[in-house]
Ligand binder design. Structure first.
Ligand code: AMP
Length: 607
């Protein structure tokens, strides 16, 4: 069997690497470059371009050139069939997930497959043998359906994915090979489209991701867009040229902005010259300084600080606990980004491996581990969002907490909410909020043929399994009959990366109100349970024989029952707690009296 290669399927660029004599090495593409732009273009003569050529002809062919596909992986919505759809694959064009070129719709999976096809073909040319297996990296925030979509894209391209690895983990792996002693490292990954920050612990050959955080709405594209906006304004002011109406001009200005941005990483200012005169008789140019650019993008840079602080807090660490900072993604070459990292952590970032290549090199090492070529390295990833099911009262019952190492299997026992219930609906959810309705539905299924029993008597075990690729399986088993149902979470139903961001944000903002809501619901469930207990105990009391003490206790319980019912009907949280507590103590008293009366009766019979 041929080699397993490592592939970083990037938003902006894709990179492949393989293990050669125990070391990861980049596989150059046919053009001789390490980086293949993740760009697909459809030429008029039915020809398809992928990579550098596709990118180069984008300005002339903007409506038939597809960029930035990765964000759209695993999402299932179709775009309006308008003529401007091509650059709409970029997120700012809204929520359209299908690109239409010449009347043919392409999904992000198909576009990604075209990129992977080129990577595979170029690798085969370079290595001189057929390549059928790969380790592919995905952003730490990719959910189940996006991971599945990545595997689908690979399958279309003729590649079997032997493992999906989170990008920051792969980066740590690339740096980790020469680490002997235990290290806590922060991986700061700012690429073209996304920002991921991860805290990892490395020691004795084990790589464990302690926490992940990030922002799927933040990347080099946003910096390009800001700079493009500045350039459009300058050319309008200085040269009276409108570069913002025609798609070809927009693409041109974005390209010039990206080139200028890269130059500003090493120069203090940059002169941007238009490639043609736009009827002005001379070459039009404007100048932008690094300082101006940094000021115009300061809010973008600042956004990263909050995510990094959250990741550290989730890992239970202070910046002082970090031993090393690893930079990933072309955007980490921007001096303002490095400055922020330094300010936040007090450490000089580690960047001796090219930040564009480090993920692919790590993927190759993981491929080497799987092929048995690299030993003494184990990889432990974590799940970015909690998983669980809806429980009584619409609460979200977590089965797997976020940041749990994967692969993992965890289970929790649930019971029947009603007497003689014969089926249980399992509503599978992902998220951080207290109420089921505020989280994301991953799937639903029903466990039928449960043994009919009194409320609270059935034992249903719900088990979640996340496999090494981050794909989720959920099962529910009636422990009495061993009847079981199992699902693989429906690939179309996972949250989008934007939704994951939003959910994490909301859960942080609403932590306090969520806690109160959960408490209110739990109190209501408790009060309801007292009503059930009262029903049973009143029945027992009726059989205990005439007694004034019992009659008084029964009356107290009955009053308590009415008060709880009133409180539940009014939905008054405080009233529910007070009435619940009153009923609880009335129940205790009645229970004691019934027991005393029973033992007195037994003694009487014995005598
Ligand atoms: P990636 O998604 O990791 O391939 O990162 C690509 C992003 O890094 C794009 O937004 C590039 O414009 C950006 N980038 C590449 N080189 C530089 C540089 N020297 N300075 C600033 N940004 C860069």
């Amino acid at each position: 069997m041929g080699p397993i290669i490592g592939i970083d399927l990037g938003t902006t660029n894709s990179v492949a690497a393989y293990m050669k004599d125990g070391q990861p090495v980049i596989i150059p593409n046919l053009e001789g470059d390490a980086l293949t732009p993740s760009v697909v273009a459809f030429a008029r003569d039915d020809h398809r371009w992928v990579g550098r050529v596709a990118r180069a002809q984008a300005v002339a062919n903007p409506l038939r050139t597809v960029f930035s596909v990765k964000r759209r992986m695993g999402r299932t919505c179709s775009a309006p069939a308008s003529e401007a759809v091509i650059s709409s694959i970029k997120r700012q064009m809204g929520s359209d997930y299908v690109v239409t070129v010449d009347g043919r719709a392409y999904t992000p999976v198909e576009i990604s497959a075209m990129i992977l096809e080129k990577i595979k073909a170029d690798a085969e040319t370079f290595l001189g043998e057929s390549v059928e297996r790969a380790v592919i990296t995905v952003p730490a925030y990719f959910n189940d359906s996006q991971r599945r979509a990545t595997k689908d894209a690979a399958a279309i391209a003729g590649l079997e994915v032997v493992r999906l690895v989170n990008e920051p983990t792969a980066a740590a792996l690339a740096y980790g090979l020469d680490i002997e002693k235990a290290h806590t490292i922060l991986v700061w990954d700012l690429g073209g489209g996304t920002f991921d920050v991860s805290v990892l612990e490395l020691g004795e050959g084990v790589f464990e991701v302690k926490a992940v955080n990030g922002n799927t709405h933040l990347g080099g594209d946003d910096y390009d867009q800001r700079l493009a906006g500045m350039l459009v304004q300058r050319f309008r002011d200085d040269w009276h040229i409108d570069l913002d109406s025609d798609p070809a001009d927009q693409r041109l200005i974005r390209q010039l902005a990206e080139d200028a941005k890269m130059k500003l990483s090493t120069q203090l200012d940059v002169r941007v010259v238009l490639p043609h005169s736009f009827g002005r008789g001379s070459r039009c140019a404007v100048t932008v300084t690094r300082d101006e650019f940094e000021k115009a993008t300061a809010d973008l840079t600042e956004k990263m600080a909050a995510s990094a602080q959250c990741a550290l807090a989730d890992a239970g660490l202070d910046p002082a606990d970090l031993d090393r900072i690893v930079l990933v993604g072309g955007m980490t070459r921007m001096p303002a980004v490095r400055r922020l990292v330094r300010e936040l952590t007090g450490l000089e970032p580690y960047a001796h491996i090219d930040p564009d290549q480090v993920v692919a090199l790590g993927a190759a090492i993981q491929a080497g581990v799987l092929a048995g070529e690299v030993r003494n390295v184990t990889l432990v990833d974590v799940t970015p969002l909690s998983l669980g099911i809806e429980s009584l009262g619409g609460l979200f019952a977590r089965v797997i907490e976020r940041n749990t190492s994967v692969p993992t299997t965890k289970s929790r026992l649930f019971t029947n909410a009603r007497d003689d219930q014969t089926a249980m609906d399992v509503h599978v959810l992902q998220g951080e909020r207290a109420l089921a309705a505020d989280n994301m539905t991953l799937g639903r299924f029903q466990l039928s043929d449960i043994t009919p029993q009194a409320r609270g008597e059935a034992k249903v075990e719900v088990a979640f399994e996340i496999d090494a690729n981050g794909i989720i399986h959920v099962s529910a088993t009636d422990l009495q009959t061993a009847t079981s149902q199992r699902i693989r979470v429906d690939s179309a139903s996972g949250p989008s990366p934007e939704a994951v961001d939003r959910m994490l944000d909301e859960s942080r903002q609403r932590m306090e109100s969520d806690r109160r809501k959960r408490e209110d619901i739990e109190n209501a469930i408790r009060a309801e349970n007292f009503l059930h207990a009262a029903d049973e105990l009143l029945g027992e009391a009726a059989q205990a024989g005439p007694s004034q003490v019992i009659a008084r206790a029964v009356q107290a319980v009955e009053t308590g029952v009415l008060a709880v019912r009133d409180a539940l009907a009014a939905g008054e949280a405080k009233q529910i707690v007070t009435a619940g507590e009153a009923l609880e103590s009335a129940l205790k008293k009645l229970s004691t009296e019934v027991k005393t009366a029973r033992s007195a009766a037994t003694r009487g019979r014995a005598a």
